[in-house]
Design a protein around this ligand. Sequence first.
Ligand code: SF4
Length: 713
Amino acid sequence: HVGSQKVDRKVDSVCPFCGVGCLVTYNVRGEKIISVEGRDGPANRGRLCVKGRFGFDYAHHPQRLTVPLVRRPGAAKDWQGQARPDDWREVFREASWDEALQLAADGLRRLRDGHGPKALAGFGSAKGSNEEAYLFQKLVRTGFGSNNVDHCTRLCHASSVAALLEGVGSGAVSNPVRDVEHAELILVIGSNPTANHPVAATWMKNAAKRGAKIVLADPRVTDIGRHAWRVLQFRPDTDVAMLNALIHTVIEEGLADQDFIRERALNYEALRENVRAYSPEAMEPVCGVPAATLREVARAFARARGAMILWGMGVSQHVHGTDNARCLIALSAITGQIGKPGTGLHPLRGQNNVQGASDAGLIPMMFPNYQRVDNAEAHAWFERFWGMPLDDRPGYTVVEIMHKALVGDDDPHKVRGMYIMGENPAMSDPDLNHARQALASLSHLVVQDIFLTETAWLADVVLPASAWPEKTGSVSNTDRMVQLGRRALAPPGDARPDLWIIQQIARRMGLDWAYEGEESGVAAVYEEMRQAMAGAIAGIGWERLARESSVTYPCLSADDPGQPIVFGERFPTPTGRVTLVPADIIPADERPDADYPLVLITGRQLEHWHTGSMTRRSAVLDAIEPHATASLHGDELARLGLAPGDWASVRSRRGAVRVRVRRDDGTPRGAVFMPFAYVEAAANLLTNAALDPFGKIPEFKYCAVAVRGIDAG
Ligand code: SF4
């Protein structure tokens, strides 16, 4: 029994929300989850946040898709959402699986054969399993015939990964979150861990209690600031100025670890030369942090027995996101704060499986395990492995694919058809009017999801998929732990496992795949993926994973316990050294002006997950945070003549939304913070699609807006 409720079975799985990767047990009666308990996993030790504990009932929501849908002939694709009927039956009709799959695959095949492979693109999902990600990218590469495959890592840490691959040769973290236990100083930058990685935040707070110094560096002072030794509230967009000032101080004050630099780093002289002009005194007026505080923090970081950097999307979601991460790598390396317990670099991964989906090759420039598609050796290996000719040019990224959908008919790379599995770009992409128009303009759109999302509304064929508790699969968390989730429930109605659906599409596109059986098929896909990723997970066989639930990679043999801390001896670069890459200030793409005087910062909040498709259908979570809000400093509210709870319009050059305002004195004056989970006030209608040139990540953390009070009506 759980409380007064009788439980039929307990099923072990992994929380489906954030990258912390808390292990859970579902208490199930019949085909319903009654409650969720935290398990003793290496990332959570029994702890769960409110999403993990209470955010499970989305799986039972009456709006679940239970039957395939086909768009009615002539039903307009209302991308502005102004004429959407209350009843989906006016737009779609129900279809059998056979009919829907045939229509889905025929449409994709017709475009591929008529216009060439570049006419198609696929978005996979960081919410699915590793096996689904692997199979989806294999379908696009071998069935569609191009590398036009991507997922929401492009909106999340693509710039961090670009900098990490360039600098240290690996896009994953160097140390797990729980290593903060061994750190003397913990630099949290561009991250609100209490809201976005809540259980990870508890380890940080525990570390602070035992005496570790937390330094929070962020334009927004969030909850973790209450536990911080120093808070660097820098002006939005001035990350490089502030970080170069820290690097300058380390070098100028003789605090750099010269042995480490001599033996393990490249390009130090260029870095030193570059930061010469970035003294804390020169940067104080730029970033707004007192020079004395910058010097104090730089000294403490360099002198700490262990200093660890954890960062979030405040670092990555800028046109200079890659430069921000380059600075963090340089700071860590020149102080020798890497390769040991309590040190290192940790980009806190957002989605539960964004690490695994990227590892599995769900990105346009890399095959599985970050083998570049334009590397002749890797290309030849995968052609042999999959027995198919492969494109050797990187494909388009998420935002580029949207642009390519709207180019003229004469563009040979025009994207005309898409297969989208478990992502919701009609809510998550920047400049939503553009993205929605792009989706609506496609000749053929296939969407596979568990709800009729904003993206699915624009589809020609909708395929009802399984929620996470309804399938078995592996996911990889922010700490590089490969973890197993087990099927706890049957999918509702005629909904099917994603892996089955991908295979059905593949067969109808001419691929001869045989991963038979629901459970054995998952294991077969995993084992194939393991061969493609031998350099990371060779030692994590399916049976071992089933036995141990969680194994950290790199893990190269069956008796390898896994390596939580890497870079101890060498970096996985051709030279074995870290490359230091100097960075200079590149301003945001769109600056505030007289018409749009405020900066919009978008992000998440504790109770709601990304585009809200799951958490807004979760009774407890939606009850706690039912409405879209815009948070402003009390002084800013007063200047605008607004009080908390008032209605306001927030406008940018691309769109406008109507929200209630909330007072948050942690938000800097001159800025507005909005979560992007609310369809009725979609923050991404406002955001700017300008990209970081290296990671191709949009600038979600900075664009110009105007706020004005409006009547409640
Ligand atoms: Fe789930 Fe993340 Fe919360 Fe853990 S911290 S319960 S993984 S949302």
